[in-house]
Ligand binder design. Structure first.
Ligand code: BDR
Ligand code: CA
Length: 310
């Protein structure tokens, strides 16, 4: 069983990613959920993480991390995720509270003390991961892989940059230059898993508590995408990371160099994905090019049904 830390900013699609990781179909051992400032302020993301864990009866500790990027001021995405960061479904206030330890210290301590290598799964800005790598470079040897959602060959926050990378490009640079094996799920692949009307209708037939939660998430997320970007269906970006850990064969991966732009006037936060090997730079990233959509949604449906069956 693979040990993972889910580092997130829930987040509609972050929530779905956690649901996948915590399901009966999952071979993952979740050591902890860590939160970071991203979609909304870190405190709100933490409350959402606690609510999701309680809904799933997922008994893992939740640690709060960085309240903003390493260098520049925060930017948030309330137009996509609403004021709470997870608008739409209404979940009870959490009974449990976050742990006292800072997420960065938890990440360091749990990697250091783990007998098996640990996989990090960041689905928000990369601030916590970069801070952990800077503070404790020795942990690199005990990280199996960093499986992240971010970047792509086009942007959604600027024409060149995707939100998670743009928000903390300096952190992303640290991560992509760390030498730790990376698997990157950027917009190229996440826009292939759109929860459009057909998909939403398909899942609206499911009746379990978790399926209802997912339907409410997709409903709000879909509307936000329509209002903001003008296309039908929200891409469930972050879910690609944990789906990959459950079923790597769903995805076509290509080993390439990815470098992070931190200086460009129009390209700050861009992931320069060297698909044709023009740079000769080190192959630091397994880049997800495409996904088998039919198999993806079938597995997702199986996961939702597995919750109904308990
Ligand atoms: C990413 O930004 C957030 O809005 C989503 O949760 C996802 O992690 C997509 O650009
Ligand atoms: Ca996210």
């Amino acid at each position: 069983k693979r040990k993972v830390i889910l580092d997130c900013d829930p987040g509609h699609d972050d929530a779905i990613s956690i649901i996948i990781a915590a399901s009966g179909r999952s071979p993952l051992v979740i050591l902890g959920v860590t939160t970071v400032a991203g979609n909304v302020e870190v405190e709100k993301n933490t409350v959402n993480a606690l609510k999701i864990c309680e809904l799933l009866e997922l008994d893992v500790p939740v640690y709060q991390g960085a309240s903003g990027p390493m260098v520049k001021p925060s930017e948030i995405a309330t137009e996509i995720h609403g004021d709470t960061g997870m608008d739409g479904p209404v979940l009870p206030e959490p009974v449990k509270t976050k742990e006292a330890q800072h997420a960065v210290d938890f990440i360091i301590a749990s990697i250091r003390s783990s007998k098996e290598k640990v996989t990090l799964v960041p689905t928000g800005p990369l601030t916590n991961i970069a801070l952990a790598l800077i503070k404790a470079p020795d942990i690199k040897n005990n990280i199996e892989e960093i499986v992240l959602m971010g970047g792509g060959t086009f942007g959604n926050w600027t024409p060149a940059a995707e939100f998670n990378i743009y928000v903390d490009a300096e952190a992303a640079k640290v991560v992509f230059e760390s030498g730790v094996p990376l698997a990157m799920f950027g917009l190229d692949v996440t826009h292939q898993v759109m929860a459009d009307k057909d998909i939403r209708q398909r899942f609206s037939r499911l009746e379990g508590e978790i399926a209802i939660f997912v339907n409410e998430l997709l409903e709000f997320f879909g509307r936000a995408y329509k209002d903001h970007f003008g296309f039908e269906g929200g891409p469930i970006h972050d879910a690609c990371t944990t789906m990959y850990l459950l079923e790597p064969d769903l995805f076509d991966m290509k080993h390439v160099n990815v470098s992070i732009e931190t200086k460009g006037e129009f390209t700050y936060g861009m992931t320069a994905v060297d698909l044709l090997g023009t740079t000769g730079l080190e192959l630091n990233t397994l880049f997800a090019e495409s996904v088998d959509q039919e198999k993806f949604w079938n597995l997702f449906e199986e996961i939702l049904i597995s919750y109904e069956e308990g």
